[in-house]
Every structure is written in structure tokens, then in C-alpha cells.
Write a protein of this length. Sequence first.
Length: 709
Amino acid sequence: MRKRNWLLIVALLLLVAAGGIGGSLYAQASRAVADFENSKPLPGAVLYDQEGQVVKRLGTGSVSVRLDQTPPELQKAVQTTLDSQAISQYLARQILEPQGLWNRLKLSIIPGVLQRRYSERERLEMFMNQAYFGEGAVGVEAASQTYFTKPVQEIDLAESALLAALIQEPEGASPFKQPDRAKELRNSVLTQMRQNGQIDKNQEQQAAQASLNVERREPGYAHHFSDYLGNLLAEQLGENRVLQGGLRITTTLNRDLQLLAEEILSASALDGALVALSPDGRILAMVGGKDYLKDSTNLAVTKAKQVGSTLRPLIYATGLKQDWAMNHLVEDIQREFDGFQVENAGDRYWGTVTMKHALAMDLHNAAVWTLNELGVEKFAEFSNSLGLGLKAAQESLALAVGELKDGLSLLQLTAAFLPGINAGKYLPVSGFEEVADSENRTVLKQQTRTPTQVLSAQEAYLLTDMLGAGTKYGSIRELDLGFPAALTASSSQDGKAQWAVGYTPQLLAGVMLLTSETDQEEETPPLLAGQLWLEFMEGAAAILEPKDPEKGEEKAQAEFEVPANVETGVVIDVFTGLLANDLCPQVEVDAFISGTKPTRLAPCAIPPEPEPEPVPAPAVPRAPRQEPPAVPEPEPEPEPEPEPEPEPEPEPEPEPEPGPILPEPEQPPEPAPEPEPGPILPEPEQPLEPEMPPPEEEGEGQQTLGPAP
């Protein structure tokens, strides 16, 4: 009896111990599951465009999506390859490493804990956000971005089956490295789905015939813009907060404009950058290079020391601020300024012309003369109000041909033209509107930006009007714009880049192309950057001003609004800056702020006075020339009797060479009175007077004034 009681006691102790051990294991397993949920790192910041779609995810944290945000086909495909028990075991291995006896015991309990703690749908959601799909992608969202560069909500049946197949062999079935194996596993998943009644035969066949349609690309889009904005936010919030803080960032990006810009630049033969801004300085599109995977350098914010003629309109805008009208005369004459000298294109010089004509024709020497007249300090002061940050002490007249000491970026140069599209107001550019945390609490909000009035609305319009002439008849007329626009386009002095910056009433854009390291057989067109600018603006117009649904026609693009106190349509002579008309050979149509229009006509516009009737030279009193007696000859017909008063006409004498035509006085002078003829006497017989020899030719005994030919 004692022995039996002892055995019972031992058994009870063992049961108690086992229960304690089991309870402890279960408690620790439950704690491990809870710790896994709590300690799971937050994902990196998620950037959203203006339509609320994901632009890109920053950082390396896992990205979670709710199950109802994933396609039903993907859920079915995953459940086809893994049942509920397998999913729980997979999650258990994510929660705890099976190292040591005690951990192995806990690991065996965790699947049961998961099944008791979470529903089947909750476990499926956890699994889809924790599964590894190869190429460093954890979770279905990261996998969809890695292989298809789109959100998981947008994938189709074939793509869903491929992701389900990658769970089985994340590396061995990589569509990048093993496309045949990837197709084989994908089609196997499709077959299982048909056998389970989840899809029909037709769906299986169509999905099985689909190409993999994968390309090694960086997940998301607008990569250069995302890097640019991520760096700015890291400076304000800290890098860890951006990369692992679960932030949600609402950007200023316009998805359609961004995709259009990426498409245009990727199709270009040259690498480069493109940015587009709204009139209030919001970044609507930014492309910093053709291939982000090959080179992540953001050319849109990289400073260049050679920017072509991009600064030139701002130099003339400085003149506008100094009360110069667009007909202000500048000198396009090749000369040297303190050792600095440039040549015009084609070595052609216009002399004195209007400021508008100099800008339209992109005259180098006129720009240098203008900058010299205004002063580098005055221009630097104005340009710094546009965010360019130039230091006058280290710059020179070379600014007129786009040469800088420290350089400027395409984003800076494009933003400097904001006053032209924004009634003279400048605002710093912005790339985001709001930053919220994982609990949707506002962390950072774009502060209200107060615009700076750097030009009057009238001066801004004059700048726009001057820029518009270049595409109509000036140096970039080959672009043949079919809509109202103000544009400057040129190549850098060293020939290594092309630049184009301009705007319509709705949009401001800039393009830069690198031309120095190309091995192309054909020569690069000199206005290629301008052509890409034109292509982008035409596409942007269709996006910003879609067709009228009733008429099926595109809306006419708006004209630039003329502000108050500005008179337009004034015809000006380009050489004098005065009023012109059809008589002037070279004219332009200008706009003027009220009270600044010229009032005088250019000399070419004054019609010549009609030439007066020739006045006979006054007779010089002298002895009449005696003619030898002539033998009368019979005439065929009798001549009428001569008038009694006039004398016989003398033989014509050589007429003097005509002199320069001088302005006629208001009234011609009265001719001197001719002496009254005396009575006609019979001519005495006199010996013949010798004939006067003809005047000698020039150079034969005569002297001429002026330099010898």
C-alpha cells in the first residue's frame, strides 16, 4: 500500500511537473507570438501621389497590406499551395528559431497558439505579409513591386500564380534567373487551382500562355524624385524615422505627368533630366536619368557649370526691373570687356537693336553688353530672389553665356522662371503636402509659403512676351510650337549639354540632355532638348486639359492673360526702338506698360515726300553764243511759227552728277527772276566760237574727296 501510494504521489508530481512545464511552454509560446507582433519593425515611409496611389516605399522594413486589399486570385493561389496547418508552421518558424531543446518544444506549441489566437483569414493575412518571395522581397506587396513594379492590388491571375509559386522556390524559380522553372511552377499552380474548382479551363489556358512580363526594375516609379524627397525629409525628421518609421507621405506628384516624363526620356537617345512645376512651385514630375538601376544619380538636382542661354532671359528681366522697356536699345557689336570676348553664332552682328530682338535671336554680344550695363551685382541680387544663390564676387560677364563658378541644377533654373507664369511671384519648390505616422497623426505639414513679388505682373508679362518671340521668328523657330508658350532653348558653350526651359499658362517645365559622351553615328540635333520639351508639353496638355466629352475635341489652350495697364500689338522698328509700319524692313510687335510706349516714328516709317518738279537753273547773263550761218535747206513741212517771247532753246549742256537727297525744307525757295530779254537784234557775223571740250573723267586730271578706293 505504501509503495502504491508512493507511486501515485510520484505520478501526481510528474503530472504536475508536466502540466507546469506544458503551461510554461504555452505561456512562453504565447509571449513569443505577442512579442513578434509588437516588435515587428515598422515599414519605411510610403510615398503617395496626388491620386492616392503608391509611388514608392523607402527603407527595408516589411510592408503590410490588409487581406481585403489583395486580389482574390492571389489568396486562392496561396491557399492552393499551402493549407492552414502549413501556413501556421511557416509563421511559427518566422516567430522563433528552432535552436535548442527548449525552443524546439516551444516551436511545436506555437502553431496551436496561432490557431487559437487568430482566425484562418487573419493567419492567411499574416502569412502573405511575412512570406519570402526571393530577390529580397518580403510580403506580397514588396514581391509585386519587385517583379511587376505595381501595387499588389493590380496583379492578374497569371501574376498571382507566379507569386504563389515563388513561395515554394524563392530563388530556384526566380523569373529573372530561371524563367523556364518559373513558368513551370506557375502553370502547376494554375492546374491545381482549376482542379480545386477555383478557375475554369479557359482561365487556366489564358494565364498559362501569358508571358512572365517581368523586368529587373526598381520597385515603384519616380525613383529619383523619391530619393530627392526622402533625403529632404531625413534632414528634418531623421533617417531612421523615414526608413523605419511607418510614415505615410502625400507628395505633390502627378502620376500621369510623371509617367509621361519617364516615357519620353527613356525613349531619348541621350541621358538627361526633366522636371515639371505648377505655377505655385509644386513638383508635378521629376526624372533624373534614363535608367535608375544603372545610375541612380539624379541629374535634375546635379549642379552644372555650363547652362547655355538659360540665364539670359533673367538678365533681360533684370533690365525690366530697372524700367527698361522691351524696345530698350542694346548693342550687339563684338567687343572686349575687361579681357572677356565672345562671338555670335555664325559670326553675325546686328549692331544696335531692341532688347526683345536680342533675346529672340539669342545674340551673345548683346547679352554681354546688357549684363555689363546692368552690372553683375545687380543681376546677382535679382537672381538670388529666385533662389539661385549666386555670389556676385566670384561671377563675371561669362554669366551671359551660361558659365558659372559653382553651377546650378535643372530644378533651380526651372524654378527661376516661376514669376513668368505666376504674375511675377516666386515661391520655393515643394515636393510634399503632409507626413503622417502609422496612427495617421500628422507629423509634418508643408508650411504655408508666402510668395515673393520679384517682378510686377506687368513686367512678368513683358518677359513672357519677349520669350515667345524666339519660337515665332527667332533662334528656335524650327520647333514650330502650335500653342502659346514662352521658351528658351540652347546648347552649353562647351557643347556637352542642351537646355530647354519654358512654360505655358498652366505648366512650367525644364529639360537637360547630356551630349558629350555619345557614340552615335548621326549628329545630335541642336534643339533636341527643345523637341523633348515640346513633346512633353503637348502630352501634358492632353492630361491637364482632356477632350470635351460632348464634342470629342480637345479644348483650345489658354492664352497668357494680359494684366491691366499693358498695351499690346505695338509695331516697333528693331533698329531704333521707335514706332514702325509697313515701310520698315525689320519690325517686331511689342507690349508696353502704360506710359512707356514710344511716341515718335522711326525714320523708316516716314514716307518720302514727293519729288518737286525740276526747277530750271537761273539764266546767267552772258553774251549769246553765236551760231555760224547756216545754209537754208528745204524742209518737208513748214514749222509752226515760234512764240514771240521765248528764245531759241540752247543746246543741252552736260548735267551735273546728282548729289545726296537732302530733306526738303518746308517751302522751296523762290527762283531768282530771270532778266527780261532785250530786243532781238540781227546777229552780226562773227567768227565761230570754238566748242568747249567735254569734262574730264574722274581720275583724269580731277581730284576726289574721301579715301582712295
